[in-house]
Ligand binder design. Structure first.
Ligand code: PMT
Length: 227
C-alpha cells in the first residue's frame, strides 16, 4: 500500500474572518465563510497529515480528524498559530482584518452619548509575514492567499515578495454578476504564484481547489526536502 502523500506531516491552516471588537456587542469583520480554509484542512487530513485548523468565527463544523482552535481576533489568531508550531506546511487562508479599533470600549457605546462616534484604527499583526520571516519557527513550506479585486496576479506577486512566503494562491474576490462571490461562495478560480511563475487553474468548487492544492504541496514538500 503506497503511503499517503502527507503522512507524518503537520499541516497548519488558518481560515475564516477575524472579528475585531468595537465594543462588547459590535465588531469589524468581512465576508469570509471559512469554506476554502476548511476544505484545505479536510484535504490535508485525507492526505495523511496531522492538521491544526486555526479558525476565526464561522458557521461550519470542523472537518473530522482535524484539531480546531477557535479564535476571534487577529491577535488571538497569531497567538494560536505560534502555539500550534512547529509545522511542516502552513497555509494561511484566513481573511485576517488588517486593522482593529485602537481603544475598543469596555461598555456598549450608547447612541445618546454625544453624536456619531469616531474610531481610530491601528494595524493588526501580519500573521503570514511574521511566521514566514521567523527563522526559528518557519515551516518548510509557507503558503499565503491573496484576495484581490483588481490586477489580481500583479498584486499577488507583490505580496509573495513582501510577505516572504513560498507560494501565493491568488483569487479574485470582486462581487460577481448574479451575486456569487469567491468570498462566501462555494467555488473558486485561483492563480498559483511562486518565484517560478504563474499557473492559472480553472473554476472549481472549493473542495477540488483544496485537493489540487494539497496534492501540489505534497510534491513541493518532497522536492524541498531533497534539495
Ligand atoms: O472563507 P471563504 O468564504 O471560503 O473565502 C475564501 C477566501 C477568499 C477568504 C480565501 O480564498 C482567501 O483569499 N484568503 C485570504 C484573504 C485575505 O485576507 O487576503 P489578503 O490578500 O488580505 O492577505 C494576504 C495573506 O496574508 C493571506 O494569506 C492572509 O491570510 C494573510 N494575512 C493578512 C493580514 C494579516 N494581518 N495577517 C495575515 O496573515
Amino acid at each position: 500500500l503506497a503511503a499517503l502523500p502527507l503522512a507524518g506531516k503537520h499541516v497548519l491552516v488558518t481560515a475564516g474572518p477575524t472579528h475585531e471588537p468595537i465594543d462588547p456587542v459590535r465588531f469589524i469583520a468581512n465576508r469570509s465563510s471559512g469554506k476554502q480554509g476548511y476544505a484545505i484542512a479536510a484535504a490535508a487530513f485525507a492526505a495523511g497529515a496531522r492538521v491544526t485548523l486555526v479558525s476565526g468565527p464561522v458557521s461550519l463544523l470542523p472537518p473530522p480528524g482535524v484539531t480546531l482552535v477557535a479564535v476571534e481576533t487577529a491577535r488571538e489568531m497569531l497567538e494560536a498559530v505560534r502555539h500550534a508550531l512547529p509545522a511542516d506546511i502552513a497555509v494561511f487562508a484566513a481573511a485576517v482584518a488588517d486593522w482593529r479599533v485602537a481603544d475598543a470600549g469596555a461598555q456598549k457605546i450608547k447612541k445618546d452619548e454625544g453624536g456619531t462616534p469616531h474610531f481610530m484604527l491601528v494595524e493588526n499583526p501580519d500573521i503570514l509575514a511574521t511566521i514566514a520571516r521567523d527563522e526559528a519557527q518557519r515551516p518548510t513550506l509557507v503558503v499565503g492567499f491573496a484576495a484581490e479585486t483588481e490586477q489580481v496576479v500583479e498584486h499577488a506577486r507583490a505580496k509573495l515578495a513582501r510577505k516572504g512566503c513560498d507560494l501565493i494562491v491568488a483569487n479574485d474576490v470582486s462581487p460577481q454578476p448574479g451575486g456569487a462571490s469567491v468570498m462566501g461562495g462555494d467555488r473558486n478560480r485561483v492563480h498559483l504564484i511562486s518565484m517560478n511563475g504563474v499557473e492559472t487553474w480553472p473554476d472549481m468548487d472549493k473542495q477540488a481547489v483544496a485537493a489540487a492544492l494539497v496534492a501540489r504541496l505534497g510534491q513541493l514538500e518532497r522536492a524541498k526536502l531533497h534539495i
